[in-house]
Design a protein around this ligand. Structure first.
Ligand code: C2E
Ligand code: CA
Ligand code: CA
Length: 347
């Protein structure tokens, strides 16, 4: 491809060769990475300088660079290159579903195994269809992240969660609600300020809302996430590192970002009963949390045997089917009433 550029035998045909070769070169360069493109530009510029054709070559390469960038942008904008037909159908329906309030959180209790009381709840997104069927988050959260719609979704869940916290408080139910945030939520938007303002608008104390940060292996801008977490904590919100132990960078993330607590990943909890290695990992995590002064929640606890073993290891805050699955807001009121009989609640 580069040969016509480098081997014109006559001076007057050099420019023609250059143009012909440049067309092919433009296409070739369109598939190169930007770094690769820069290397090629540097090499060819050096060669062409020696031939006194630098200006025309540079012009061609500049065009090639633009084509490469434009091509990549258009490629990623064409939905059928990234999403299956089913995924495109979900994505088309998502903004409308959010606007209609069809995507809303259910709430799963975190229970203190020592007292049996609900100490927090986690807001977990559910897409409730018009026919009453429920789509779990696994079918639309990752998709929303890939399509750049996660912030819209997070805002919707935040709004529901803060309103729910406000409603519960009017009935003397003071249980912190955890909201799941993706790294992208913290890295590239004003969502933190939005969450704080939302609480203020609804008269919800900041401590009534917590944040769980998921997918931390994809943190690119540590400084931005660090600042966002610090802002949340200064505002009085607890921030948990979710799925602790799964990302290869869990420890480094814990080291660099000032979390309030960690949520031990379900994969260890599920194997706790019959896998000594899972037991060792949980023990080590408990030690880390204790030494760093972090709160600890174990999630995915399905049976009393696992809950009791966690108790022996010093973990008392338990989330899992052993107590309850995620449920609508008004069912939490009944659930809390059963575990805290002193409350006289009605919604
Ligand atoms: P997660 O944050 O780790 O949430 C815990 C998941 O484990 C929930 O699944 C919960 O229903 C499930 N779970 C809890 N206890 C048990 C148990 O004892 N056994 C079993 N088998 N499962 C249990 P869910 O609701 O399907 O959510 C899946 C994931 O989707 C969440 O994992 C979270 O990463 C994501 N997600 C859910 N809602 C949101 C949201 O509003 N925003 C974002 N960014 N992600 C969300
Ligand atoms: Ca979570
Ligand atoms: Ca988790």
């Amino acid at each position: 491809m580069v040969l016509p550029l480098l081997s014109p035998t006559r001076r007057d045909s050099g420019l023609l060769n250059l143009l012909a070769g440049g067309g092919v070169l433009a296409v070739l360069l369109a598939v190169l990475t930007w770094d690769g493109l820069r290397d090629v530009v540097a090499a060819l510029t050096g060669l062409s300088m020696a031939r006194g054709e630098m200006l025309s070559l540079l012009a061609l390469l500049a065009i090639a660079g633009l084509i490469a960038q434009l091509g990549r942008r258009i490629w990623t904008m064409i939905p059928h290159t990234r999403f299956s037909a089913e995924e495109r159908r979900i994505l088309r329906a998502l903004p409308q579903a959010l606007a209609r309030g069809e995507i809303q959180p259910h709430f799963q209790p975190v229970v203190d195994a020592d007292t049996g009381q609900v100490v927090a709840v986690e807001a977990l997104a559910r897409w409730i269809k018009a026919d009453g069927s429920i789509l779990p988050p696994g079918q639309f959260i990752g998709l929303a992240e890939r399509a750049g719609l996660i912030r819209l979704l997070t805002k919707g869940i935040m709004e529901h969660a803060v309103r729910t916290a406000a409603a519960w408080r009017t009935h003397d139910l003071d249980i912190p609600i955890s909201i799941n945030l993706s790294v992208e939520d913290l890295e590239a938007s004003d969502l933190v300020d939005h969450l704080i303002a939302l609480c203020d608008r609804h008269g919800v104390p900041h401590a009534a809302i917590r944040v769980e940060l998921t997918e931390t292996q994809s943190i690119v801008h540590f400084d931005v996430v660090d600042r966002a977490v610090a802002t949340l904590r200064q505002a009085g919100m607890a921030v948990y590192l979710d799925d602790f132990g799964t990302g290869y960078a869990s420890l480094s993330v814990l080291h660099r970002i000032p979390f309030t607590g960690i949520k031990l990943d379900q994969s260890f909890i599920r194997r706790l009963r019959d896998d000594p290695r899972a037991d060792a990992i949980v023990r080590a995590s408990v030690a880390i949390a204790r030494d760093l002064g972090l709160a600890l929640v174990a999630e995915g606890v399905e049976d009393s045997e696992t809950r009791d073993r966690l108790g022996q290891l010093g973990v008392s805050h338990i989330q899992g089917y052993v107590y309850a699955r995620a449920m609508p807001a008004h069912d939490i009121v009944d659930f809390a009433r059963q575990t805290q009989p002193a409350l006289t609640l009605s919604l």
